[in-house]
Design a protein around this ligand. Structure first.
Ligand code: IDP
Ligand code: MG
Length: 137
């Protein structure tokens, strides 16, 4: 059993497809063991994406992540980290396989509907960023 962090980004929240995206996770056998809708501050978004701080797209990414509210979730299941990444599809929706979340709900590499932890190690760090122990059941 693994846990991973998923975020439904502001573009998908604005499109009103939270439920449709959650259905992808549940239909694939992942369980939502924690969930919250929040509007990140600039400081929080910068801290969350700190690994990308030297990339040319960092400022745009932060601006986008604070442009509206997001839904953060802990997904639990067998092989949850990779399963979530497979369900999400490629970072650029134009390269994402048909039937993936990004192919179906995202417009561009900047506004690409979802975030998912890329390793078990990062999943732990990202889950702790959003949730306290008592919020995970
Ligand atoms: P991931 O979300 O598929 O793990 P990362 O490489 O970790 O992709 O990048 C984090 C986020 O930064 C992406 O989801 C995307 O929103 C944004 N991003 C990544 N590469 C680019 C780019 O080349 N231009 C604009 N935004 C990008
Ligand atoms: Mg990433």
């Amino acid at each position: 059993m693994e846990q991973t962090l998923s975020i439904i980004k502001p573009d998908a929240v604005k499109k009103n497809v939270i439920g449709k995206i959650i259905d992808r996770f549940e239909s694939a056998g992942l369980r939502i063991v924690a969930i919250k809708k929040i509007h990140l501050s600039e400081c929080e978004a910068k801290a969350f994406y700190n690994v990308h701080k030297d990339r040319p797209f960092f400022n745009d990414l932060v601006k986008f992540m604070v442009s509206g509210s997001v839904v953060a979730m802990v997904l639990e299941g067998e092989n949850a980290v990779m399963k979530n990444r497979d369900l999400m599809g490629a970072t650029n929706p134009k390269e994402a396989k048909p039937g993936t979340i990004r192919a179906d709900f995202a417009e561009s590499i900047d506004a690409n509907a979802v975030h998912g932890s890329d390793s078990l190690e990062n999943a732990k760090i990202e889950i702790e960023f959003f949730f306290s122990k008592r919020e995970i059941c």
